[in-house]
Design a protein around this ligand. Structure first.
Ligand code: IDP
Length: 161
């Protein structure tokens, strides 16, 4: 169809999604991945790791002064996380709405936190909250060569190019 440079969708937008230690323990990794896959987003990076306090301090630098910060560090270092980069049109905003409010009490059914979470201190997943924030988080968590550029055959069908 007709499109101009300014209106063409940015299909290369990326975000960082993590299944936190409670999500890994509860065997929710597959269910979380399935939601983003079936929405039409493309997985371009994936790894499992034990989080270091150093990387966490950078990732959650905006929360360092909060009273819950020490508990947040204990939670996030309590076991492995699965960390991912997802790509696609409007992926940051769309995955945030699929993840739901930070506090699962406020997250509606149908969202990851609304379906799988009970308390704000164990909210199953992380998702970047802005395009700029996502860029910084992806740089923090991933080496350049760990992100794969691959063409998906359904791109034109899912995103009307
Ligand atoms: P977000 O994860 O929805 O982007 P942030 O405000 O960036 O929300 O908080 C980061 C993480 O810190 C939350 O996902 C949650 O795990 C934890 N957290 C936030 N607020 C609280 C709180 O009031 N008590 C305990 N943990 C919290």
């Amino acid at each position: 169809g007709h499109r101009s440079a300014s209106s063409s969708p940015d299909i290369r937008e990326r975000t960082l999604i993590a299944v936190k230690p409670d999500g890994v323990q509860r065997r929710l990794v597959g269910k979380v991945i399935q939601r983003f896959e079936q929405r039409g987003f493309k997985l371009v990076g994936l790894k499992m790791l034990q989080v270091s306090e150093d990387i966490l301090a950078q990732h959650y630098s905006h929360l360092r002064a909060k009273p819950f910060y020490p508990d947040l560090v204990d939670y996030m270092t309590s076991g492995p996380v699965v960390i991912m980069v997802w790509e696609g049109y409007n992926v940051v905003q769309s995955t945030r709405s699929m993840v739901g409010h930070t506090n699962p009490v406020e997250a509606p059914p149908g969202t990851v936190r609304g379906d799988f979470g009970l308390h704000v201190s164990r909210n199953v997943v992380h998702a970047s909250d802005s395009v700029e924030g996502a860029k910084g988080e992806i740089q923090l968590w991933f080496q350049r060569q760990e992100i794969l550029n691959w063409e998906s055959c359904d791109q034109a069908i899912s995103c009307e190019l």
